[in-house]
Design a protein around this ligand. Structure first.
Ligand code: HEM
Length: 519
């Protein structure tokens, strides 16, 4: 008996040691990836975590982790690193960034995470993660829903929501109470996107605890569990599939599935037909498939880029299911509300710290209101040059999406390297690092809207400003986002003066989940 146990123990120990040696050698082999390719890289990555340990353990946000690596590698156009055991290329130099995400787009067409359609239908089919020709066909369909002419018609909705935003802060202002602007801005952008995209009256400004608003908060709630789940899906996709891990919050997914079903049924039964994002999706669902549009929208350079990005590699027709519609609504809502509300709150934070800038932008808004009879119009808001510079400077200093992400779609030769990098290798661009590089923005920590005034704009390298990304994968909602931010800010500044509160952190220490990657 004693002998049997001893032998079992020995076998078990041997198995463990063999497994440990296998894992260790596998990591060692993986960690030689950049060396094999002849690409400059940062050694030595820590075992298991690679070069992103602090991010994985939620000690530091991805914005800072990538910006540190960006800073430490001054002079290199790109540098190789590892997230856990996955090789990742950080593109540093703006010229190189332009080359990979615009000029050589077909090599980096998709995002860096690949989902399985069966285990993760919601994640794999939404516009952010959709791949190849399917993504291109859908983006061409959806881009016109936010064209200049459509945005113009949404101005009155934004304006109504901004009046409600002002009203929601009235009592607190009269009492000179402290308000959490991030919450107020989130209520406003939730209402705007709900009405403009889905024709829903969410009314978070009067009911900040509405289910919709609560779900919106959950979309961006980060926890160690969520980070680990996501890293498992990214680094060990087979394990992620086996465990059926969901990338997004499962409760929010199921909420969207049911809300979208209700909205679609309502429109069908009542015969209501609106000219919005949801209607476009319903139309696609009724037609059954997405076929490439022949519509030419001359005003839109994104449409032109999308047309040029055609690869003719695969069929771009696919079936539109209910889940597919719900997945698009989810990303439209998530991408549309949080980025804009973060921009509004960072802007108000800087205006509170820089009263002279606040006074100047308020005078500009007041002058505009005076000359337009007290009511802002789409055109009059577009003419606010200083507000425009203030918003752009906010997006420079606090890009809500601090890292752009791509995955290599087919082998790519990096300048000066020995071998091409392989399909599947991930590519990051540290927007935060570039936006805080004194080479492009002297005295980068200074909030200085002058940088974006008309006469100074030409001084910046066009790829050194990336709050909305670049190339065909760039943000779909640039105009919508900028307009809702400006309308909300102009309304607030015309009525209130913003100051820091006793608990305001100066400088603000961004928690790990404040500035994030797209997902
Ligand atoms: C200030 C507001 C906003 C900022 C700063 C912002 C920023 C971004 C960035 C950086 C990306 C990734 C681009 C890339 O990888 O090159 C992105 C993608 C995206 N954004 Fe926005 N965004 C904003 C508002 C919006 C709004 C209002 C909507 C929708 C109504 C929206 C919808 C999307 C979608 C659907 C994508 C994915 C595009 C694709 O993969 O093809 N965004 N956004």
């Amino acid at each position: 008996m004693g002998f049997y146990f001893e032998s079992l123990f020995l076998e078990f120990t041997l198995l463990l040691v063999t497994c440990a040696i296998y894992v260790y050698s596998n990591f060692k082999w993986k960690y030689k990836y950049w060396e094999r390719k002849g690409v400059p890289y940062i050694p030595p990555p820590s075992f298991l975590f690679g070069n992103t340990r602090d991010f994985t353990l939620m000690k530091r946000g991805i914005a800072y982790v990538m910006a540190d690596i960006y800073k430490e590698n001054e002079g290199k156009p790109f540098v190789g690193l590892f997230q856990s055991r996955q090789p990742l290329l950080l593109a540093r130099d703006p010229e190189f960034v332009k080359q990979v995400i615009v000029r050589d787009f077909v090599h980096f067409m998709d995002r860096d995470v690949v989902f399985n359609e069966k285990t993760n239908p919601f994640e794999s089919t939404n516009l952010i993660f959709l791949r190849g020709e399917k993504w291109r066909a859908l983006k061409m369909k959806l881009t016109p829903t936010l064209s200049l002419s459509k945005i113009r018609t949404m101005f009155s909705t934004m304006s109504e929501c901004s009046s409600k935003l002002v009203e929601s802060l009235r009592e607190a202002a009269l009492r000179q109470d402290t308000v959490e602007v991030r919450d107020a801005a989130g209520n406003y952008t939730t209402d705007v996107i709900g009405t403009c995209a889905f024709g829903l009256t969410i009314d978070s400004l009067n009911d900040p605890n509405s289910t919709f608003r609560q779900m919106g908060r959950k979309v961006f709630k980060t926890s160690l569990g969520l980070v680990l789940r996501r890293l498992t899906i990214i680094n060990y996709p087979a394990l992620g599939r086996l465990l059926r891990l969901s990338y997004f919050n499962a409760e929010v997914i199921s909420f969207f599935r049911s809300v979208v079903r209700d909205m679609v049924d309502y429109r069908k039964n009542s015969g209501v037909c609106r000219d919005d994002f949801l209607q476009q999706l319903i139309q696609l669902k009724n037609e059954g498939i997405v076929l490439e549009d022949r519509v030419t929208d001359q005003e839109d350079s994104l449409m032109q880029q999308l047309r040029d990005a055609r690869t003719e590699k695969e069929d771009n027709t696919f079936e539109i299911t209910h889940d597919f519609v719900a997945a698009q609504c989810y990303v439209f809502f998530a991408a549309g509300y949080e980025t804009s509300s973060a921009t509004m709150s960072f802007c108000l934070y800087e205006l509170a710290l820089n009263p002279d800038v606040q006074e100047r932008v308020r005078s500009e808004v007041d002058r505009m209101l005076e000359s337009s009879g007290g009511n802002a119009t789409y055109e009059s808001v577009q003419d606010l040059e200083y507000l425009d510079a203030v918003v752009h400077e906010t997006l420079r200093k606090y890009p809500p999406i601090s890292v752009l992400t791509r995955g290599c779609t087919f082998p790519y030769n990096l300048p000066g390297s020995r071998l091409p990098i392989d399909k599947g290798v991930r590519l990051f661009v540290s927007v935060y690092g570039i936006h805080h590089d004194p080479k492009y923005y002297p005295n980068p920590e200074k909030f200085d809207p002058e940088r974006f005034l008309h006469q100074n704009k030409h001084r910046t390298h066009s790829s050194a400003y990336l709050p909305f990304g670049d190339g065909p994968r760039m943000c779909l909602g640039v105009r919508f986002g900028l307009l809702q931010v400006k309308v909300g800010l102009a309304a607030l500044l015309s009525k209130y003066k913003f100051d820091t509160a006793s608990g305001t952190e100066i400088p603000c220490n961004l928690t790990p989940n404040r500035l994030y990657a797209i997902y």
